[in-house]
Write a protein that binds this ligand. Structure first.
Ligand SMILES: [Mg+2]
Length: 339
């Protein structure tokens, strides 16, 4: 493959309303779109490090992509060489690996005239269930799982909020709580005890990212399964979490963990250890979210995933519509979306 055109397009898009978690308030989403061309095909990717999750800065993303571009300029490569070059130029910059892998797979899948997920795995599904979000989605939207941000209200208000949500969404809907690392162990134990009477699927990152020992301890104090998100940043961290027995569910973010190859490794590791795997977006735009969707489908993930985040951004292209809590891909080859 010879890449004839390599373009990095920066973007900054405001959220419809500021997004509050226990750790951060997000007003804008910043990142870059990547557009590459080979013969008659164009491939797209997205790199957007997320504050509080990613280890790299946007500046590092620009430098790394510039380095990669210089390495490939004017030369032809076998696919394998190209993927090795991606690995070399994205060491410790997982969002760059995600963007480059997405763009190259987009090209290859278009060449093969297959949707990206099918290019990676002919047995890939074409549709998955996604979760809604409290405060954004409503009971009539048809989601079976609703995510609730917690950890920034006092305990009485948290209970009142869950009573209200249960009443409005009904007893059938399951809730995923996300504390974004807000609690210490005694607070988390108390909080989980109070939440056990609700229909809770799991609690995400109840304790700070590096506190695996207390996460493991917490699993003995509550029947609510513990999920890790911020703690899980790559394959090595996944191994550590398993060693410490700190979680029953992995939340994998391709933007944070480094794209197709790294996610697949983490998923296989988790499956071998009977750990549930959920894939979520990192609040990126449609290119990144579509790439996440193809990763979910090609890995045949059965869990409800967190990809219904597009409505949080203003000025973004909608993906394929989310109907009855499900989202799918079209027949179109590659990623199925462009700028
Ligand atoms: Mg989370």
């Amino acid at each position: 493959m010879k890449i004839s055109h390599f373009q990095v397009i920066p973007y900054s898009i405001p959220f419809v309303k500021p997004l509050q978690t226990a750790g951060e308030t997000y007003t804008h989403r910043e990142g870059i779109w990547l557009k590459i061309q080979s013969e008659e095909f164009t491939g797209f990717g997205e790199a957007a490090p997320l504050l509080g999750f990613s280890r790299e800065t946007l500046k590092e993303v620009h430098y790394a992509l510039e380095g990669f571009n210089q390495a490939i300029e004017g030369e032809s490569f076998e696919n394998e060489e190209l993927f090795s070059l991606i690995e070399v130029h994205s060491q410790n910059i997982p969002s760059v690996r995600f963007s480059l892998e997405t763009a190259i797979y987009d090209l290859l899948a278009k060449e093969a005239e297959l949707p990206l997920a099918k290019y990676c795995n002919l047995g890939a599904k074409t549709e998955i269930s996604v979760n809604g979000m409290a405060g954004v989605h409503f009971p009539g939207d048809g989601f079976s799982v609703i995510k609730v941000k917690v950890g920034f209200r006092n305990l009485f208000d948290e209970i009142e909020n869950m009573e209200y949500l249960t009443e409005s969404f009904g007893n059938e809907v399951r809730f995923r709580l996300d504390a974004n690392g807000a609690f210490d162990l005694p607070q988390a134990i108390r909080f989980c005890k109070k939440m056990e009477k609700f229909n809770i699927e799991y609690i995400e990152q109840p304790l700070p990212a590096n506190n695996l020992e207390d996460l493991a301890e917490l699993t003995y104090h509550t029947e609510i399964p513990i999920a890790v998100d911020e703690s899980l940043t790559d394959f090595t961290s996944a191994e550590k979490i398993i060693d410490e027995q700190a979680a029953q569910v992995f939340i994998i973010k391709p933007m944070v963990s480094g794209g197709f190859t790294e996610c697949e490794k983490i998923i296989h590791l988790a499956q071998a250890e009977n750990i549930r795997t959920v894939i979520t977006s990192s609040l990126e735009t449609s290119i990144g979210r579509e790439a996440c969707l193809h990763i979910v489908l090609s890995n045949e993930i059965a869990e409800v995933c967190g990809l219904a985040t597009g409505c949080l951004l203003s000025e973004d292209k909608p993906l394929n519509p989310i109907l009855g809590g499900k989202i799918g891909i079209s027949e179109s080859p590659g990623l199925g979306i462009d700028l």
